[in-house]
Write a new protein. Structure first.
Ligand SMILES: *[C@@H]1O[C@H](CO)[C@@H](O)[C@H](O)[C@H]1NC(C)=O
Ligand SMILES: *[C@@H]1O[C@H](CO)[C@@H](O)[C@H](O)[C@H]1NC(C)=O
Ligand SMILES: *[C@@H]1O[C@H](CO)[C@@H](O)[C@H](O)[C@H]1NC(C)=O
Ligand SMILES: *[C@@H]1O[C@H](CO)[C@@H](O)[C@H](O)[C@H]1NC(C)=O
Ligand SMILES: *[C@@H]1O[C@H](CO)[C@@H](O)[C@H](O)[C@H]1NC(C)=O
Ligand SMILES: *[C@@H]1O[C@H](CO)[C@@H](O)[C@H](O)[C@H]1NC(C)=O
Ligand SMILES: *[C@@H]1O[C@H](CO)[C@@H](O)[C@H](O)[C@H]1NC(C)=O
Length: 784
């Protein structure tokens, strides 16, 4: 490290740990358990960031460089100005400082001249608290002109990172492409030629990591819709304004951040997400209020039985009424319905897209309001991009401001969205599903050649949704749309994989769910069939693993939406998601792929599992954690420790295997870093494995141990949506439940190793309590 360099030391767990993991710290304190190392080394050297007088910088950890800068550049007046060849001239340097809601910050700034235009670059860090994050800023003091050159590249580079030519033991993964970065998700070694990164519209956050728990996330920090990255021919990753932008307005500020930590990929994402959500005031208020996230729903989107296919010789109106009658008959508590692209008229082939967002009489002869009045089902309503022929646009004689191009149109008018959503409320719309976000952005010129059109489109949509009491589901979002949702409170959930097709692997949402969780969005897996054979389906396919699809939906914390043919729903399977009133019994966070699964994707060296291993937990009452482990598609055995699972902060010592396949009772085993759980190659996609952890409750005499399994008939046997509290006194364990009036459940626990099943019925208050004291007087020992 040169003396002239400014050096900033990150304290890996200082501020971020205390903010993000307040609950976890509480748990340590209340249980008086020592904190244990994570997957990696929690006590690893912190990351440091050094920048010299020419804006040359390095991120390093324990003396080894992780990320090294490449020279900054800018396109304007049709020319490339670069610090490398001196055409971009350093005018002066400045140190700026201040305070914002994240704390006190300092910026090292460099004012460059690109011809006659000033371009100021800054590296901003917070010192109190010392967030492990650097924000790189590009200030367009005089704007630019004649910048556009290639939509797949960038018009500016700062920060730029030089990928090393030799293997320094680091790998990367990147979210890129449609459906939340799922489509082109990529992994590789952090070495030139070690992998690919797609630029342009599809690019997204890049995470560089080691096999000890270290990870640095590079991602846009603001102006998400117009920030891109490219991998250039010199092996550099350049972040800046997207390549199609013709001119950048004076005063525009583009920002990219790098966030580093040692607590493992999942935890670093979670910490970064907490920083971003705090910075943008993205709360969970709208997510908590979104009916479609909390209750069972019925879907008619692609993959569904009734996708563009009503019942034979019936209208969609009649089909929906039949569905409602059928659900009532069988007591399936669907609490809302999703209408897909079938309900509204589209433009002609050369300008396909939504014409008017309302049902025509061939779809609903009596109107969708009539349907809503009968079903009382709130509606999740799909929309695609707008046809260039839409009569809403002023260019076509309508009332509203749209930018109209050859095939598509894009609204730039808050009043338009207000009117549209107010109208939609009348026919029951509760969630606006904006689909084809990637197509609308990636195939229009206005969205890609300006810094503000795409942002205005999404911000106005969000503002109107908020004002009219709707929430928004994003579908086919690129990472840029996903990140833009940080500024849009009404966006509550997003699709995180491609469309459902029976039997395809689109259920593998463990990695995209890491990003969704960070951004505060509920991941949505898409619809699924609960019965293998659906006679006459348009796909000519069958679903071999309905149970896995139901489990994945439930563990996601997003919507759970089935899509079977009338009379072909497996009700007992479906209801394992939920209470009898349709409330989904969720874990406390989305299930996500463990860090070692990502390691394995890069190095393929057996340090990680050979298939999908995802974990999550329920946080119940004040300080009790119940871990959940899902393993599927394994071809080799894998030994999972509590810290591999991300459970080190609640330190479970026992694990229970879900009963099934001839095993009538939950199987108990020790679980610790020295007694890992072996997930075997028998955990296939069809016969996937599920394990649950419980605290060990010791009551009465020291010998009495109680281990809770919970509701065996649910995928999440211990959920805070069911168990509101657990109280432990000297003589017993008292569990408080919430349910539906007259609902009965069976609650399972192990009492000194013996399986005990207790029946419970909810009274009018929807409350019930159970004492697990020793010996349980009302217990029923069941034999199978
Ligand atoms: C560029 O911006 C700087 C700072 O705002 C200003 O002082 C200067 O006059 C501008 N130059 C031009 C050519 O507009
Ligand atoms: C992204 O993935 C899709 C398939 O999901 C593929 O067709 C397309 O070529 C990929 N695009 C890039 C830029 O890698
Ligand atoms: C639908 O209508 C056609 C023509 O009226 C008839 O031939 C056919 O049997 C009907 N299909 C069903 C399933 O009712
Ligand atoms: C639906 O119900 C509302 C409120 O009762 C009523 O005003 C409206 O006329 C009904 N619409 C239809 C089409 O039945
Ligand atoms: C795309 O938009 C930019 C400005 O937004 C404009 O200068 C350019 O002419 C447009 N290109 C086409 C093909 O319409
Ligand atoms: C459906 O698939 C089966 C076997 O995959 C095939 O034999 C049959 O012809 C297909 N039916 C249609 C209508 O495509
Ligand atoms: C319904 O699901 C259960 C598993 O919960 C399974 O045992 C049963 O065979 C399924 N029934 C049908 C008709 O698919």
């Amino acid at each position: 490290m040169h003396r002239s360099m400014r050096s900033f030391l990150f304290f890996a767990f200082s501020a971020s740990f205390s903010l993000v993991n307040a609950a976890q710290l509480d748990s340590h304190r209340l249980n008086s358990r020592p904190s244990k190392p994570a997957t990696g080394q929690r006590d690893a050297d912190p990351f440091s960031f050094d920048i010299d007088g020419h804006a040359k910088f390095t991120f390093s950890q324990g003396g080894s460089a992780w990320l090294q800068s490449a020279p900054a550049f800018l396109y304007t007046e049709g020319k490339r100005f670069s610090a490398e060849d001196g055409s971009l001239k350093l005018d002066h340097q400045a140190t700026e400082s201040g305070a914002d809601k994240m704390g006190t910050w300092t910026s090292q700034c460099f004012v460059y001249m690109a011809g006659s235009r000033s371009w100021k670059l800054c590296a901003k860090t917070w010192s109190s608290p010392a967030w492990p994050l650097v924000v790189f800023q590009q200030h367009y003091m005089n704007g630019t002109d004649g910048s556009a050159h290639d939509t797949d590249s960038v018009i500016s580079g700062f920060p730029s990172f030089q990928i090393p030519t030799s293997d320094i033991g680091l790998g990367y993964f990147s979210y890129q492409g449609g459906q939340f970065g799922y489509k082109n998700l990529t992994y590789g070694k952090w070495i030139q030629g070690g992998g690919t990164l797609s630029g342009g519209a599809v690019g997204g956050p890049v995470t560089v990591f080691d096999q000890k728990g270290g990870a640095c996330i590079m991602a846009p920090f603001s102006e998400f819709m117009s920030t891109s990255r490219e991998l250039d021919s010199k092996g550099r990753v350049n972040w800046g304004v997207m390549g199609g932008v013709v001119s950048v307005p004076q005063g525009f500020i583009q920002q990219t951040a790098v966030y580093c930590g040692n607590a493992g990929i999942n935890q670093v994402f979670s910490d970064w997400g907490t920083f971003m959500r705090t910075y943008y005031d993205k709360t969970d208020v709208y997510r908590k209020a979104d009916l479609s996230i909390h209750y069972l729903g019925y879907y008619t989107d692609a993959g569904a039985y009734y996708y563009v296919k009503p019942e034979p010789n019936k209208t969609y109106e009649q089909t929906i009424l039949d569905l409602k009658a059928f659900a009532d008959l069988l007591g399936i508590p669907f609490r809302y319905i999703q209408y897909d692209a079938w309900f509204y008229p589209k433009g002609p082939p050369d300008s396909r897209g939504t014409m008017t967002w309302s049902a025509t009489s061939d779809i609903a002869p009596d109107g969708l309001q009539y349907v809503y009045n009968i079903t009382k089902w709130p509606v999740v309503a799909h929309n695609m991009w707008w046809s260039s022929k839409t009569p809403y646009a002023k260019a076509n004689g309508g009332k509203y401001n749209f930018i109209v191009e050859k095939q598509k149109a894009i609204p730039q008018d808050l009043t338009f969205w207000m009117d549209l959503f107010n109208q939609a409320r009348l026919w029951g719309v509760s969630v606006y599903e904006q689909d084809f976000l990637d197509v609308e952005f990636g195939t229009m010129n206005a969205t890609q050649s300006t810094v503000d059109v795409a942002k205005t489109w999404l911000m106005q949509m969000g503002q109107a949704a908020r004002a009219t009491g709707l929430t928004i589901q994003y579908c086919m979002s690129n990472p840029r749309h996903a990140m833009q949702s940080l500024e849009i409170p009404a966006v509550t959930h997003a699709r995180v994989s491609v469309d459902y097709r029976p039997g395809l692997d689109q259920w593998q949402i463990g990695v995209t769910s890491i990003l969704a969780h960070a951004l505060g969005l509920a991941p949505w897996k898409d619809n699924f069939w609960t019965v293998t054979e659906q006679p006459g389906n348009t796909y000519n396919m069958s679903e071999p693993d309905p149970e896995l699809k139901a489990v994945v939906s439930t563990l996601s914390t997003g919507p759970v939406g089935s899509s079977d043919m009338l009379q072909h729903t497996n009700v007992s399977l479906l209801m394992q998601c939920c209470r009898v009133d349709g409330l989904i019994l969720k874990p406390s966070k989305p299930a996500t792929a463990i860090d070692k699964q990502l390691w394995q994707s890069v190095w393929n060296n057996g340090l990680g599992p050979s298939g999908q291993v995802w974990t999550t937990y329920s946080h119940v009452g004040h300080d009790w954690y119940f871990g959940i482990i899902l393993a599927a598609g394994l071809t080799d055995d894998f030994k999972l420790s509590p810290s591999d699972a991300g459970f080190q902060f609640f330190n479970p010592t026992k694990v229970l295997r879900r009963p099934g396949q001839g095993v009538p009772d939950p199987l108990l085993a020790d679980f610790g870093d020295n007694s890992p759980l072996t997930l075997t190659s028998r955990c296939t996609v069809h016969d996937f494995c599920m394990y649950y952890t419980s605290p060990v409750f010791t009551v009465g005499t020291e010998e009495t141990q109680i281990i809770i399994y919970g509701e065996e008939s649910k995928f999440v046997p211990m959920s805070r949506d069911r168990v509101s509290n657990i109280e432990v006194t000297g003589d017993g364990v008292y569990v408080t439940f919430q349910g539906t009036r007259m609902e009965t459940i069976i609650f399972t626990y192990l009492f000194n190793g013996a399986t005990v099943r207790r029946f419970l019925m909810f009274d009018n208050s929807g409350m019930a309590t159970l004492s697990l004291e020793a010996p349980p007087p009302m217990s029923v020992r069941t034999f199978v």
